[in-house]
Ligand binder design. Structure first.
Ligand code: LMR
Length: 391
């Protein structure tokens, strides 16, 4: 038997729990204040228009829906980007952000010939397996300093500065998973300089664009690397920002030095996709493409995304306040400074186990909490349970 997945396996155990007070803070899914995964109004509207067309289901192109791919590029780089108009970026619609990472890893291993990747310590539990299965040796660079509840920037930049040329560096563009602790803009600038000067290959994972501060703010690192480095890979996902988890909708974008080079990159990416799953499904890309094409629906999406972001921020401050009310000797204000869905709570494995056994509250073993699963009905219960396991 293979071990169960550290994140999705937890949802399986949660589902089997009969305690009516149970709370799943494991998987990274946004729930609304009623504890439901929302179906966004912009998605509903785009979807009914699509379904109303009763369109036939022919195969998509290997790289997916062309309009969708262009809209992905515009979200990542900004609509006026000359990298787009110069044809220096190619995008393939993929099966979520995970699919983008996998196709990107296969491209780097099989076409570029690199075999060493550096991922942050800690990182999303699936990063290691994706790169290992693509044939990489997976190494880590320091990222999180528990004692400061912040980035260990000196150690991070020190490590990156020591890497050999053509090493792949996987970076969380925003809303770092699992810590919720992001680099500042000046820190990103320094990282980009090291990556450029040392000839490293940056691979940016952006699964939470719009969940941090705004669509544009959250794309800062992506735009910086694209401006400064000749070759950049970007894996993006709409699972969270469009609440389209089960549609598996994301994209792999590759920026290169010229239009000709981009055409060659796309030809190789298409070969990899064709031999993996042939071509992507229609529905998710159709929805996202329709919303991003239509200015009214795009405006509605911006509002709905801001609503999700603001609610998460409210839950951060409420959780911090409630824990500190119950446990005045613990400082939990760091939760408010973190960004995105997650908080690295600092809870240790025995405390995580106790939360599950005594309160049916499910947290990833590392102590990562999905703040986006809190609501006004369960946040008090969760805060009280955390304060009890802390004592
Ligand atoms: C998470 O980190 O919980 C999410 O990205 C969902 C997943 O696939 O692990």
């Amino acid at each position: 038997m293979a071990p169960s997945d550290p994140i999705l396996g937890l949802t399986e155990i949660f589902k089997a729990d009969s305690n009516s007070s149970k709370v799943n803070l494991g998987v990274g899914v946004y729930y609304d204040n009623n504890g439901k995964v929302p179906l966004l109004e912009c998605v509903k509207s785009a979807e009914s228009a699509l379904v109303g067309k009763n369109a036939a289901r022919a195969y998509q192109p290997i790289d997916g829906n062309a309009e969708y791919n262009l809209k992905v590029q515009e979200l990542l780089l900004g609509a006026g980007s000359t990298v787009i108009t110069d044809g220096r970026i190619v995008t393939a619609q993929t099966l979520g952000g995970t699919g983008a990472l996998k196709v990107g890893a296969d491209f780097l291993r099989n076409v570029i010939g690199t075999d060493q990747v550096w991922i942050s310590n800690p990182t999303w539990a699936n990063h290691k397996g994706i790169f290992q299965n693509a044939g990489f040796t997976v190494n880590t660079y320091p990222y999180y300093d528990e004692s400061r509840k912040g980035v260990d920037f000196d150690a991070m930049i020190g490590k990156l500065s020591s890497l050999p040329k053509n090493s792949v560096v996987l970076l969380h563009a925003c809303c770092h998973n699992p810590t919720g602790v992001d680099l500042t803009k000046p820190q990103w600038d320094e990282i980009a300089t090291v990556v450029l000067n040392n000839g490293l290959i940056p691979f940016l994972d952006i699964a939470y664009q719009g969940f941090g501060d705004s669509i544009d703010d959250d794309a800062y690192a992506v735009r910086l690397f694209v401006e400064r480095c000749p070759n950049v890979l970007i894996a993006n996902s709409f699972s969270k920002s469009f609440s389209l988890y089960g549609e598996r909708i994301g994209g792999l974008s590759v920026v290169s030095g010229s239009k000709d080079e981009s055409a060659r990159v796309l030809s190789q990416v298409k070969t990899l996709i064709r031999t993996n799953y042939s071509n992507p499904p229609i529905h998710g890309g159709g929805i996202v493409g329709s919303v991003l094409r239509d200015s009214n629906l795009r405006g509605l999406w911006d509002q709905e995304l801001a609503g999700m972001r603001d609610r998460i921020k409210l839950m951060r401050s409420t959780l911090a306040k409630e824990i500190m009310r119950a446990c005045p000797d613990h400082d939990f204000s760091f939760i408010e400074a973190q960004r995105g869905m997650f908080s690295y709570s600092g809870l240790q494995k025995p405390q995580v186990d106790k939360l599950r056994a005594d309160f049916s509250i499910y947290v990833v073993d590392s102590g990562r909490i999905c703040v986006a699963a809190l609501n006004s009905q369960n946040v008090g219960y969760v805060a009280e349970a955390i304060s009890k396991v802390l004592k």
